[in-house]
Design a binder for this molecule. Structure first.
Ligand SMILES: [Zn+2]
Ligand SMILES: [Zn+2]
Length: 138
């Protein structure tokens, strides 16, 4: 796939341009991720801040994670799509939540690990070609 590639949130207000593939992609089955993604699990793609461009208006919500670290969530104020998260003490690491609409080849978002599977939906069957962890591996 040739970079850059770009896509948008559901309403098109936020535009995301990826200059490189993600460093890592993780599927998280914890209850918080089930809430934030309105689905059985969330898929997070990690990017260095210079490796993507985000344009458009974003709203902010902060929460303290179970680990005690701060988590800042950015979302589209118009359609509500969660766009990305970051830890304010680690602002160079962007945890992209939204898999931008419009990217032709979404194979770059295939999870390389499934984590927090102890909180997963009982009916979700884990793929056996990807490692899975009952919590977050160290
Ligand atoms: Zn939107
Ligand atoms: Zn999670």
């Amino acid at each position: 796939m040739d970079f850059p590639v770009s896509g948008t949130c559901q309403c098109g207000q936020v535009k995301i341009t990826l200059l490189k593939p993600p460093q890592k992609v993780v599927a998280c089955h914890c209850k918080e991720c089930q809430k934030l993604s309105s689905s059985p699990y969330s898929v997070t793609a990690l990017f260095g801040k210079p490796d993507l461009k985000i344009e458009g208006q974003l709203s902010t919500w902060n929460r303290v994670a179970d680990s005690g670290s701060d988590n800042t969530a950015k979302f589209c104020p118009s359609c509500g799509n969660r766009v990305y998260h970051f830890n304010p003490s680690q602002p160079e690491l962007i945890k992209l939540k939204l898999k931008p609409v419009g990217i032709q080849d979404t194979s770059i978002f295939k999870p390389q690990a499934h984590v927090w599977t102890k909180e997963k939906q009982a009916w979700f069957v884990l793929p056996d070609d990807v490692p899975s962890y009952s919590e977050m591996p160290a």
